[in-house]
Design a protein around this ligand. Structure first.
Ligand SMILES: [Zn+2]
Length: 445
C-alpha cells in the first residue's frame, strides 16, 4: 500500500511578485519621474523605441545637486527638464509640489544626458548610486507636429534595490497632490477618519489584490443621533449598475437617497456591493473562531461616533472581485487590483468614514495574503480629472481616461460623456437631432 503523504501542499499559491528587489517605472514621453535610491541601488534606463534623449538629475539627501553620486559622467544644464516644467500643455504641478516637498531647487541642478537623437531602439544605460540620492529622470520632448516623425516616447526605468531593509511592500504611488491626511491601515485592521464636503479620499491598494471595505456616514445626522450611511441597494437602484464608476453614474447614496460620495477616479474597475464586509459568522461557519474580521473592526473604530455595532456591515467593498454569474451564483475570485491601484472619491457632505484592510486569508478575496491599505485625503481646492484606467497590454502602464481634442467645444454642447477606449466621448448632444449633432462635430467642435 502506498504511504499517504501527510505533508500539506499548497497546489495553487497566490502569485507573488517575482522579485521584490526589482522595480519598474515608465517615464512617459515628455514626462518625468522621481525615484529615491539608497547606496548600492542600480538604475537601468531602457529606450525601447530609440531616439529618445533623457536626463538623469541626482540630488543628495539635503536636496543639493549630486551628479557624482551616480559615477563620473559628463553633465550639462537640465534644459530638457526645464522645457517640461515650462510646457503649459502639461500638468506639472504635482512634479513641482513633489520637488518642493523634498526640498529640491533646480537652480544649480546638473543633468547626466542619456541617449541621443539617433540612438537605436533597445539601448540601455545603467548607473549605481554611491550614496542616498533622489533622482529625477525625464524624457523631454514637445508635442509632435503633424509633418514630423519623432514624437517623445517612453523610457523604462528598472531599479534594482541592493538592500530591501526588510521592507518588501511595493513603493507607494506619488500623492496626487499635497495630502491633508496620509495614513496606513495595517493589514487585518480598520481606521476611522473624517472628511469635509468637497475633500477627496484616495484609497490605495498598496501591494495589490487586497480588499478595503468602506463606510461613510453624514456627520451632521450622526450628531443628531440619526445614522445615515452608504447604502448599496439605494446606490444600485439609482445608478442602474452593480456599483458606480467615474462619469455620468458616479455617486454612492445613503438610505435617504442622498449622495454621499462621488467616484472621481478608479484604476481597478472591479468592486463589490453585494456582500457584507467579512464578519465573525463568515469565519465561524468555516471553523475559524476568533478570526479578525472587517465588520467587527469597522464597528470598533466607529463606536466613538455613535454608530451602533453590527455583526455584518453592508459596506462598499473596494477591490473585492465578485460577480453574479449566469447561474445566479455570487462568486468571488482574486482581486484585479495591482500594487498602487486606487479609488479616488469626492465627499459630497461632511462625513465620518471608516476603511478596512481585509483580514480574509481563507479565500481568494485577498489573493490568500492580506496586506495593507493606504488612505490619503486631499483638500477641495484640487482638481482631479474624472477617469478610469486601462492597460492596453498586460504589462503596459495604466492610463487614465483623457479628453479628446474636441472636448473644449463638445463639452459646451452636452454633459453626457461616456468612457470609450481611453477617451471621454459625448453620447448625446441633448437630443438636438442627428443632423445638428453631425454639424456640431463637423464644424462647430
Ligand atoms: Zn474583510
Amino acid at each position: 500500500m502506498a504511504a499517504l503523504s501527510i505533508t500539506p501542499s499548497l497546489l495553487e499559491p497566490g502569485l507573488w511578485r517575482s522579485d521584490p528587489s526589482l522595480e519598474r517605472y515608465q517615464v512617459q514621453g515628455g514626462g518625468s519621474i522621481v525615484v529615491r535610491l539608497q547606496a548600492g541601488d542600480t538604475i537601468t534606463i531602457h529606450d525601447p523605441q530609440g531616439r529618445q534623449v533623457g536626463e538623469v538629475i541626482a540630488f543628495d539627501k539635503n536636496g543639493s545637486p549630486a551628479p557624482g553620486g551616480l559615477g563620473n559622467h559628463p553633465v550639462q544644464k537640465p534644459t530638457g527638464l526645464g522645457s517640461i516644467l515650462t510646457n503649459r500643455g502639461l500638468n506639472t504641478r504635482p512634479l513641482a509640489q513633489r520637488l518642493s516637498a523634498l526640498g529640491i531647487t533646480l537652480d544649480d541642478a546638473l543633468a547626466i544626458p542619456v541617449f541621443a537623437p539617433d540612438s537605436p531602439p533597445g539601448e540601455e544605460v545603467a548607473f549605481t548610486a554611491s550614496d542616498e540620492l533622489t533622482c529625477l529622470i525625464c524624457a523631454p520632448g514637445d508635442s509632435m507636429s503633424v509633418e514630423e516623425q519623432h514624437p517623445p516616447t517612453p523610457l523604462i526605468v528598472w531599479v534594482r534595490r541592493s538592500d530591501l531593509q526588510g521592507d518588501t511592500d511595493p513603493v507607494l504611488p506619488d500623492p496626487l497632490a499635497n495630502p491633508r491626511l496620509d495614513f496606513r491601515i495595517e493589514r487585518c485592521t480598520a481606521r476611522d477618519f473624517t472628511v469635509r464636503a468637497g475633500e477627496f479620499i484616495q484609497i490605495i491598494d498598496v501591494a495589490g489584490r487586497e480588499c478595503s471595505d468602506f463606510l461613510a456616514f453624514t456627520e451632521s445626522k450622526l450628531n443628531q443621533g440619526i445614522e445615515r450611511g452608504l447604502d448599496p441597494t439605494a446606490t444600485r437602484t439609482l445608478m442602474g449598475a452593480a456599483y458606480p464608476g467615474p462619469g455620468l453614474f458616479s455617486k454612492f447614496f445613503d438610505q435617504d437617497m442622498q449622495p454621499l460620495v462621488e467616484v472621481i477616479q478608479d484604476t481597478c474597475g472591479r468592486h463589490d456591493t453585494f456582500g457584507f464586509a467579512c464578519s465573525s459568522k463568515y469565519y465561524e461557519d468555516m471553523g475559524y473562531f476568533g478570526h479578525p474580521n472587517c465588520s467587527d473592526n469597522l464597528s470598533n473604530v466607529l463606536k466613538d461616533y455613535g454608530v451602533a455595532a453590527r455583526r455584518g456591515w453592508p459596506a462598499i467593498n473596494f477591490f473585492y472581485n465578485t460577480r453574479i454569474d449566469d447561474h445566479n451564483a455570487l462568486y468571488l475570485d482574486e482581486p484585479w487590483s495591482r500594487p498602487g491601484d486606487y479609488v479616488l472619491l469626492r465627499a459630497l457632505d461632511d462625513l465620518v468614514c471608516a476603511s478596512s484592510a481585509c483580514p480574509d486569508d481563507t479565500s481568494a478575496a485577498n489573493g490568500w495574503n492580506p496586506t495593507d491599505i493606504h488612505v490619503r485625503v486631499y483638500s477641495p481646492d484640487n482638481i482631479f480629472s474624472k477617469a478610469v484606467a486601462y492597460r492596453m497590454t498586460p504589462d503596459a502602464e495604466a492610463e487614465l481616461t483623457r479628453e479628446t481634442g474636441f472636448h473644449p467645444r463638445s463639452s459646451q454642447l452636452t454633459r453626457n460623456f461616456t468612457e470609450y477606449r481611453g477617451f471621454w466621448l459625448p453620447t448625446v448632444f441633448n437630443n438636438a437631432g442627428a443632423i445638428k449633432e453631425y454639424w456640431a462635430c463637423r464644424e462647430k467642435a
